[in-house]
Ligand binder design. Structure first.
Ligand SMILES: Cc1cc2nc3c(=O)[nH]c(=O)nc-3n(C[C@H](O)[C@H](O)[C@H](O)COP(=O)(O)OP(=O)(O)OC[C@H]3O[C@@H](n4cnc5c(N)ncnc54)[C@H](O)[C@@H]3O)c2cc1C
Length: 368
């Protein structure tokens, strides 16, 4: 099959790799001149995500993390040991997967922006070559929209639907640190400091509204009043909230990754889901099976449960977060937190509710 991929992020690159390996004729169009740049990501991921998919070269790992602190609005906190969490150099990761795809035979066209599409049996994409200022028409059997949260492919195919976004504001800033992640959940949203090296952190917030005010308050408290002078880079972007009602295929057009809003709602992470979506794209191409059914079988339940967790968290006040962190601080719950696989929340939620009946007493918030 001839397959056109729009977007050279994790979803597009890994799909291109798997499809090219199967022998398909794959072309990837990326609007930026350099793959992976600019990046808007904290890069926290569990390492076994990669061992399930492919080996990640050491130079892509910025640091390995052994503990996280979850800090309540009243400053009480719980420390959690982490087993295999890493912080990746996101641009290098995207470039690495793209080079795997190129090695498997995929062709890459950077500085090429997807504009529109037409379907009649096959799918024809109009793509602007930004180098020449001209437009080309590309016909293929499938068009994969892996073009991120504001997916133009989804819009052009008429399946953008109803989407909600968090605003992610992040900077890299000079800050000595103890190589631990710090998460600050609150009624305003989620905030974090994540080490990139001994002297640099990625610090930011994700919020539905008033993101700038929250960011300034958080940075002043967590990094310091002089945080603006410490900044060495900015990374900001919209983070889509998973919506199980979104259509992810229409005719010969498929969506994967952020373009399909495949983001874990509580942590707002989407790299793993993008890679899993790519395996579903490849399986659909190899077997002719329904793409939506395939990706939903792989991660639909976990995405749905993570959305429920996010809806519950949205109802929490700062006082509820204070209570929750205290409950999590008890020995047995800490052990459960430490065994939490973020990618499979269903196992975690069940264990925790069985172990901790006090959570059910917060059921005013838990039921909706
Ligand atoms: C502040 C922030 C922090 C985050 N932290 C984490 C984290 O720690 N862990 C985690 O797992 N996830 C995190 N995420 C989410 C993660 O970055 C995304 O889920 C992931 O990048 C999705 O990959 P993707 O390939 O679907 O899309 P993207 O990575 O967005 O890639 C889409 C690509 O398509 C290109 N493109 C867009 N439009 C066009 C067009 N019209 N034509 C051609 N090309 C186009 C873009 O330039 C881009 O290269 C974070 C997101 C943000 C904003």
């Amino acid at each position: 099959m001839k397959i056109t991929v729009i977007g050279a992020g994790p979803a597009g690159n890994y799909s291109a790799y798997l499809l090219a390996k199967q022998g398909h004729d794959v072309s990837v169009y990326e609007e930026q001149p350099v793959i992976g740049i600019p990046w808007a990501c904290t890069g926290v991921i569990t390492e076994d995500v990669f061992s399930r998919q492919f080996r990640l070269p050491d130079e892509i790992v910025a640091t390995r993390i052994e503990k996280a602190h979850i800090i309540a609005p009243d400053k009480s906190e719980v420390e959690v040991k982490l087993k295999n969490d890493i912080v990746v150099n996101r641009a290098a990761m995207d470039q690495h997967i793209a080079s795997m795809a190129k090695g498997a035979g995929a062709r890459y066209y950077v500085n090429h922006r997807f504009i529109s599409l037409q379907q009649n049996g096959k799918v024809t994409a109009t793509i602007r070559n930004k180098n020449l200022g001209s437009e080309v028409k590309v016909e293929s059997d499938w068009l994969l929209g892996a073009d991120g949260p504001r997916s133009e492919v989804a819009k052009a195919a008429g399946i953008f639907g109803e989407r909600k976004f968090y605003i992610g504001l992040q900077v890299t800033a000079k800050m000595e640190n103890d190589n631990a992640i710090r998460f600050y959940p609150s009624e305003k949203g989620i905030a974090w400091t994540v080490p990139e090296s001994k002297n640099v952190v990625r610090a930011g917030i994700a919020a539905e509204k008033h993101a700038n005010i929250y960011f300034d308050e958080f940075m002043t408290a967590a990094v310091g009043k002089d945080y603006k002078e410490r900044i060495i880079g900015h990374q900001a972007g919209p983070i889509p909230l998973y919506n199980p009602k979104l259509q992810t295929q229409k005719g010969k057009v498929l969506l994967a990754g952020d373009a399909a809003a495949m983001v874990k709602a509580p942590t707002l992470g989407g790299i793993n889901q993008s890679l899993i979506a790519a395996t579903a794209v490849a399986e659909a191409a190899a077997t002719g099976k329904d793409y939506e059914k395939l990706w939903k079988a792989k991660m639909g339940r976990d995405l749905w449960l993570s959305l429920i967790m996010r809806k519950i968290m949205n109802r929490f006040s700062d006082k509820d977060y204070n209570k929750l962190i205290k409950i999590f601080g008890s020995y047995k719950n800490k052990k459960i937190l430490e065994s939490f696989d973020r990618d499979e929340p269903r196992k975690f939620a069940f264990k925790l509710l069985v172990q901790e009946p006090r959570l059910l007493l917060m059921s005013g918030k838990l039921l909706f």
